[in-house]
Design a binder for this molecule. Structure first.
Ligand SMILES: NC(=O)c1ccc[n+]([C@@H]2O[C@H](COP(=O)([O-])OP(=O)(O)OC[C@H]3O[C@@H](n4cnc5c(N)ncnc54)[C@H](OP(=O)(O)O)[C@@H]3O)[C@@H](O)[C@H]2O)c1
Length: 333
């Protein structure tokens, strides 16, 4: 089979011939029709990720058709259109994944940037019927992370005010779509006025450009304080986020694209009785609830661009430069 392979940190993704995986026991083989990129794939390429093993076939997101199962008891999956839950070994608790066994598909396990991928049968879910393979491939990792951040962790309620930072990001855009669909009042930030305008078309009330040094004051003028803030950027903006949260508000971090803050004003957290929450991926129950929500609300993932499979490296560069609005997808079949 053809796969996109990373041979070392800082190296490009190169198409190569690899042996097709085989399934045993509780495993299944999915013929991948479409895969999607996440920032994680770029971190893996740059060598900025824990537990790196090269050569690697990255890719956490995929949709396709089940080609084989390891045991006959799962044979009913064969030929089904599926999306893959990229969470491996979440474990029994809904509160957190089972450390250190928890992993994410695509490192160290070979990922979806290949014509075939091996996954546990428990990670298969039927493709939402209203989605194409490309749209379905865009959903799993970012959709799951956004869903758990909003509903399992922040417990977002209809009518609440929410700020979602970096709206062009994959997780942030799903958070926007899900929050709008749930009846929340949504504001966004972005480094691009065009992306803010696009977010408003998707239902955001308004947004601010974080390249403007007065972005926090602008948001305070537009919206006052926020019940919920969802952020994947961190860095030195965390104190502004704590300022923007209402007393008793919930601030959820799912990433730190800008790194750690040089200082965090803890006083703001305890004085305002803030709930500062972390989240990563989600449980099988979160994944099931997310796909049910997407089907019920007929949500269409926003696709930035679909690249031919063998142009995976070009797709990685687009994500690295934050040029996208929505998910970057690789069409494999
Ligand atoms: N914990 C988890 O389970 C989990 C899951 C997925 C991702 N993540 C992490 O979350 C982060 C985002 O992932 P992703 O895949 O959604 O990435 P992505 O699609 O590449 O999005 C990153 C976005 O960050 C925004 N950004 C950059 N600088 C910013 C700033 N100063 N303030 C606010 N926003 C800024 C940009 O938004 P604009 O384009 O609008 O400017 C960019 O589009 C990454 O660090 C990733 O590793 C964690």
């Amino acid at each position: 089979m053809k796969a996109l392979v990373l041979h070392d940190k800082g190296q490009p993704l190169v198409p190569e011939e690899r042996a097709e995986p085989t399934a045993s026991g509780e495993e299944a083989i999915v013929k991948v029709y479409a895969a999607a990129l996440n920032h994680r794939d770029v971190w893996i390429q740059k060598g900025r990720y824990a537990g790196l093993v090269y050569p690697a076939i990255p890719g956490s997101d995929g949709a396709g058709v089940v080609a084989a199962t390891g045991s006959n008891s799962h044979a009913h999956w064969k030929g089904k259109d599926v999306i893959i839950n990229p969470t491996l070994n979440w474990g029994a608790s809904e509160a957190h994944p089972d450390m250190p066994h928890f992993r994410i598909l695509g490192m160290p396990d070979p990922g979806t940037f290949a014509q075939y991928v091996k996954v546990p049968v428990s990670c298969l879910a039927e493709k939402p019927a209203h989605l194409s393979f490309e749209a379905a491939a865009a959903l799993p990792l970012a959709g799951l992370t956004a869903f758990r951040a909003l509903f399992t962790r922040a417990r977002l309620k209809t009518g609440e005010k929410i700020l979602i930072t970096g709206t062009g990001g994959g997780v942030a855009l799903f958070a926007l779509q899900f929050a709008v669909a749930s009846g929340a009042k949504v504001w966004v930030s972005s480094g691009s006025d065009e992306k803010i305008a696009a977010a408003v078309k998707l239902g955001a009330r308004a947004g601010v450009n974080y390249r403007n040094s007065k972005w926090m004051e602008q948001l305070q003028e537009q919206a006052g304080e926020f019940d919920v803030i969802i952020d994947g950027t961190a860095g030195d903006s965390v104190n502004q986020l704590f300022n923007l949260a209402c007393p008793g508000g919930r601030v959820v971090f799912y990433g730190s694209t800008m790194g750690n803050p040089s200082s965090a004003e803890i006083r703001r957290i305890f004085w305002k009785q803030l709930n500062v929450l972390g989240t990563t991926m989600g449980s099988a129950a979160d994944f099931q609830a997310m796909t049910a929500f997407v089907s019920k609300q007929q949500i269409q993932p926003i696709i930035d661009k679909i690249f031919p499979f063998l142009e995976g490296e070009k797709a990685m560069r687009r994500m690295d430069e934050a040029l996208q609005f929505g998910k970057i997808v690789l069409k494999i079949v």
